[in-house]
Design a protein around this ligand. Structure first.
Ligand code: HEM
Length: 374
């Protein structure tokens, strides 16, 4: 889509789409303006739920403060050895084959296992947990009304199962707190009030929905770049200190989330257009991230780009809570792959099938072949 974004950025930087009934914003400066002004552009978009992702100040900060301490870079860094261990275990069975289905075998299970452990889901329940987590972000199998209805029902059933499951764990943690996120949330208070069971469960579900598929796509998109531009594999193996900045560059170049929605609270002028109160506004970070007014050689992947003020994790008060975790997982995977295997390439003749969501940039499967290094 990046070619299309370039034209839109140039010709219609802020435009109203009659068909989708929303505004689209493409330039870096304008996207940043929208995201840094929650007073003008609200996150409460006709949703019934009130997770931090879909609330505005002051409620937003209260919710976010509850979990911030669990997601600081320092707290997350402590998970590195465990993330390394899981990565090694997932990769091991494929080393002798010289082939791996990157998404199914590594990029999907890794974030699910990590978040399950962080939340406090027992390892014995992992299989069910992964299933629930998958259904949470699942798309319909085709465009038909039938497929849509089927999906809605599957998702409703899934929500009920997740609620029942988490409610049981909450009971246990109330009786016997552990070192996990559920126990932390149960002990937390907002203005002297403890969270309700429902609020704690919603929180856990938000983390699954916001963190799993996005991290999967970050890992897959990073490996995709390495296989599309194989010289980068050599460069990073020679300069492992560039892996962290290569992960940032992936978030700029192939961001897992390309668009972020808001709703205008008042009538506002943006780049010569008048947006009315109540209008939906889509900020295309995927387009902003390639804006030549902000980035030199914007269409080139530069492993050690500095500065790199990409908006792959959003911008402003809703800046991704899970960013330190997603970054760490992607770094561990890249380091491990570069160390253990070489000549990573897409299995020949594989047709890439994009994920069917306008807000997501990623593919459904990415089988790669490689040589094991010794
Ligand atoms: C918010 C992207 C991983 C939890 C966001 C936003 C973006 C984003 C763009 C801003 C949304 C907005 O402004 O409306 C990503 C990407 C990820 C990733 C690209 C992986 C590469 C994670 C992980 C977690 C997580 C691993 C949790 C474990 C959240 C939460 C919010 C959020 C809770 C809402 C924060 C708030 O409203 O203050 N993410 N995310 N994300 N993300 Fe992530």
């Amino acid at each position: 889509p990046f070619q299309v974004y370039a034209e839109l950025r140039e010709n219609t930087p802020v435009r109203y789409d009659e068909h989708r009934e929303c505004w689209d914003v493409f330039r870096y400066e304008d996207v940043q303006y929208v995201l840094k002004n929650p007073k003008l552009f609200s996150s409460e978009r006709n949703r019934t739920s009130s997770s931090m992702l879909t609330t505005d100040p002051p409620k937003h900060k209260q919710l976010r403060d509850l979990v911030n301490q669990a997601f600081t870079p320092k707290a997350i860094e402590a998970l590195a050895p465990r993330i390394q261990q899981i990565t090694d275990e997932l990769l091991a069975p494929h080393l002798s084959n010289g082939k791996i289905n990157l998404i199914d075998d590594l990029a999907t299970p890794l974030p699910v296992i990590v978040i399950a452990e962080l939340i406090g889901v027992p390892a014995t329940d992992r299989r069910e947990f992964k299933h629930w987590s998958d259904v949470l972000v699942k798309g319909a199998r085709d465009d038909s009304e039938e497929a849509f209805q089927e999906l809605v029902q599957e998702k409703q059933r899934n929500m009920q199962e997740l609620y029942t499951y988490f409610a049981a764990i909450l009971e246990q943690r109330r009786a016997e707190p552990q070192e996990d996120l559920i126990s932390l949330l149960l002990a937390a208070e907002i203005e002297g009030q403890q969270l309700t069971t429902e609020e704690v469960i919603n929180f856990c579900i938000l983390l699954l929905a916001a963190g799993n598929e996005t991290t999967t796509n970050l890992i897959a998109n990073a490996v995709r770049i390495l296989s599309e531009q194989p010289e980068l594999q050599l460069e990073l193996r020679e300069h492992p200190d560039r892996v962290a900045s290569a992960v940032e560059e992936t978030l700029r170049y192939y961001p897992p989330i390309v668009a972020i929605g808001r709703v205008a609270r008042e009538t506002v002028e943006l780049n010569g257009q008048t947006i009315q109160a109540g209008d939906q506004v889509i900020s295309w970070v995927g387009a902003a991230n390639r804006d030549a007014a902000q980035f030199e050689h914007a269409d080139k992947f530069v492993t050690d780009r500095k500065p790199n003020r990409h908006m792959g994790f959003g911008f402003g008060i809703h800046f991704c809570l899970g960013a330190p975790l997603a970054r760490l997982e992607a770094r561990v995977v890249l380091h491990t792959l570069l160390q253990r295997i070489e000549h990573i390439q897409l299995v020949s003749e594989t047709e890439l099938e994009p994920i069917q969501s306008a807000f997501v940039f990623g593919v459904k499967e990415y089988p790669v072949q490689f040589n094991a290094r010794r």
